[in-house]
Structure formats: structure tokens, C-alpha cells
Design a protein around this ligand. Structure first.
Ligand code: GLA
Length: 385
């Protein structure tokens, strides 16, 4: 839905024009999975799909929330009654942002919000981060809070961790807030230092496809949290603050020290090798060489997520295997896993055959037909009107 439509929807709903309209994108992650809560490296880029919000300021301590995408009417909440983990509906994301801002001492006194999103939900493409960030950015502007993108991202992560109750990292919110058109974001999740890396696949005759398996996932479920706890245990056993502190060159020695705790060894091996893969991809892209060389690194990342970190699923593996068998340069699951989407790096000339092959493989396996689209690095969160 475009800015005008969302603005008109707001007028219809609340009987006045909104103070403004903002957009924040979903993301795909090129490389660096399950590294963000280990203080490691990630490299997402923003999708053209966005959450768009028309918002007006209120001064009476009331928050009204409405989604054009759902049939649930207007939710009316009192700011002084917002409480962590009290809300199991979609409204927990925007309300959590308001809660986090106020809890950090920012003078947010209420708002009317009307939202619509084109980011596929449950597809591992950060639809919830897009909602959080669009609301945070709107309130930042309307209440003149003067916060920067990375600060908004931190507050949105807090909303998700504490208010919603999902123990996720900082990647998705930072990607949505800070990505730039035509670039991937190389982010150090320890200090949130960032580097924009130009990524123009079309100029090299390449495409990056997103294949949404239609297997929905949720990170408030136990498996994500279990991986996170396992990584923290690994870091504690190795005497470091976070697994980021284990250098790739020291991996074998670290694994020896972990003895026969096979599960922790696998988690540690994934995180340490994945950080190394992010650095490899950054070096390849910055060298100005052939981007095709990134392909095998993506595929190695998938193997590690499947075999060591164990967050893939049969549908994601089927996308990767089928794509590789039909000429893809590289392929991997993206996002948290347990469903959601895979990405495929391919020659533009192979896209049609490859897409057909994946569709046929899904049909033959009796899976729901996947949704396939091309991802072009797009702009981060911004004001539209
Ligand atoms: C989800 C989380 C992120 C990150 C990824 C895995 O998308 O929200 O913080 O941990 O999973 O890389």
C-alpha cells in the first residue's frame, strides 16, 4: 500500500489528517546468521517491501492502533497500563516500542497509528522489525526525540525482547533502520559500527532470489532461545564474553577445550565459522572482483546452519539443493530458520528455469507452492509525507 492510501485510510478511521507518513523495510540477510546475539558480524540488506504507518501525536496518554491488513479493528490502549508480555496480538510490537521509549525516559504522550505492510509475515523477512522501526521513527520525529537509527534499533530490540518476549538479536531492527539503497549493511553487532557495501548484482548479470517456503516460524518459540542459551553456555565454558571473541584461527583449540559436549561444539563451530564467512564476503565484495565468488560462501553457510546449528528444515534444504542442482551460484536459508525463506544467487539467465525447478520440486514433495521474488537492496526507514 502506498503512502496516499495509508494516509487516506487514517483519515477515514480517525477523522483527521495524520501528522505524517513513514516507511520501514523488511530485510534479507546475505550472510551472518545467528551471529548477532553472539556479538558477531551480519550483512543484511533492505527489501523494497515496507511497513507504512500514518501517525498523529496525542497528548492524553492514549495509543490507538489499527492495521489495514487485519480485520481486528482499532485497539485503544492507555500508556500507563502498558506492561511487558501482556499482549499476544500484533499490537504488542507497536505498543512495545512506545513502552520502550517511555521506559528509556522519552516523553511520548500518545499517538494514533494506522499501519499497512507489504513485508510477508512469518517468512523470515523481518515483518515485525519493520513495524517496530516504522513506529519508532514516526514517534522520534513527532516528539522530536533526536534519536539516531541505531538508537531506535536498540529500543525496538528491547521492545521485542522484553515487551513481546522474543529473545532476538539486533540485526533486523538495525537493518530496517539503517540500510541504504543499493547497499548491503556490514554491521558489527557488538558496537553497532556499520559500513555500507555497494551491491549492484544486476550490473554483473546476477540476481538474488528470495524463496519463501511458506513454512511459518516464530522466534518466541523455544528453539531459537535454546540456540541462544547454548551459545551463551559455550562462551562461558570458553571464558569469553561472547563467541565473537573466539578467533577463527583459534577455533580448533577452542573445540578441544570443549571436550565431548557435542552440542555446544556444533553451536560454537557454526558461530565462529559464520563470522569468518561474513568477513570473507565483505572482502570479496570490496575487492571489486567477481561477485560470483560469494556463491560458495553462502552455500557453506547453509551447510553449517543445517548440520551444526540445526535450524534448517526440509523445505529450506529442498530450495537450496534444487537451486544448486539447476545452476545457482550459491544458496542458503536466511533469517532465524525453522521455516521462512531461502536466498539464491544466480545468473539472470538461469532464473526462469531455476524458479520452475524449485516449484516442481515442491509440488513433487507435496509442499505448498513457494513464493519467489527478486530482492534488490533498497532504502532503510524514512519519512514519506
Ligand atoms: C532472527 C532474529 C535476528 C537473528 C536471526 C538469525 O531474524 O530476529 O536477531 O538472530 O534470526 O541470524
Amino acid at each position: 500500500m502506498g503512502a496516499e492510501q495509508v494516509r487516506d485510510g487514517f483519515v477515514e478511521l480517525y477523522g483527521a489528517r495524520p501528522d505524517g507518513v513513514w516507511a520501514a523495510p523488511g530485510r534479507v540477510n546475505l550472510i551472518g546468521e545467528h551471529t548477532d546475539y553472539n556479538d558477531g558480524f551480519v550483512m543484511p540488506f533492505a527489501l523494497p517491501h515496507t511497513a507504512v504507518a500514518a501517525v498523529s501525536r496525542r497528548t492524553d496518554g492514549v495509543l490507538r492502533l489499527h492495521s489495514a491488513d487485519l480485520d481486528t479493528g482499532v485497539a485503544e490502549l492507555r500508556l500507563d497500563e502498558l506492561a511487558p508480555e501482556s499482549d499476544k496480538a500484533w499490537t504488542a510490537y507497536p505498543a512495545g516500542v512506545v513502552w520502550a521509549l517511555r521506559e528509556a525516559g522519552h516523553p511520548v504522550t500518545g499517538a494514533d497509528v494506522h499501519l499497512s505492510s507489504t513485508v510477508p509475515s512469518g517468512a523470515g523477512l523481518s515483518s515485525s522489525a519493520a513495524i517496530e522501526v516504522v513506529v519508532a521513527l514516526a514517534l522520534n520525529d513527532l516528539f522530536a526525540l533526536g534519536l539516531q537509527g541505531w538508537q531506535l534499533a536498540r529500543l525496538c530490540q528491547r521492545a521485542e525482547n522484553v515487551y513481546v518476549g522474543a529473545p532476538t538479536g539486533i540485526m533486523d531492527q538495525t537493518a530496517s533502520a539503517c540500510c541504504e539503497d543499493g547497499h548491503a549493511l556490514f554491521l558489527d553487532t557488538r558496537d553497532l559500527s556499520q559500513k555500507q557495501i555497494p551491491l549492484d548484482l544486476a550490473a554483473e548479470g546476477l540476481r538474488l532470489l528470495v524463496v519463501d517456503t511458506r513454512v511459518t516460524h516464530a522466534h518466541s518459540g523455544g528453539e531459537y532461545g535454546k540456540r541462544r542459551a547454548g551459545c551463551e553456555k559455550g562462551a562461558a565454558l570458553l571464558g569469553v564474553d561472547a563467541l565473537r571473541d573466539i578467533a577463527y584461527a583459534d577455533l580448533d583449540a577452542a573445540l578441544d577445550r570443549l571436550g565431548d559436549d557435542e552440542e555446544i561444539r556444533r553451536l560454537v563451530r557454526h558461530v565462529v565459522t559464520e563470522d569468518q564467512r561474513v568477513e570473507q564476503v565483505v572482502a570479496l565484495l570490496e575487492s571489486g572482483g567477481d561477485t560470483r565468488a560469494v556463491g560458495p560462501v553462502l552455500t557453506a553457510g547453509h551447510a553449517s546452519l543445517r548440520d551444526d546449528f540445526r535450524v534448517s528444515c526440509p523445505e529450506l534444504d529442498l530450495v537450496v539443493d534444487t537451486a544448486l542442482a539447476h545452476g545457482a551460484l550459491g544458496a542458503r536459508m536466511t533469517g532465524g530458520g525453522f521455516g521462512g525463506s531461502a536466498i539464491v544467487l544466480a545468473e539472470a539467465t538461469d532464473v526462469e528455469a531455476l524458479t520452475k525447478a524449485v516449484g516442481e520440486a515442491f509440488a513433487a514433495a507435496g509442499h505448498t507452492s513457494p513464493r519467489v521474488f527478486e530482492a534488490v537492496p533498497s532504502a532503510g526507514a524514512r519519512r514519506l509525507v
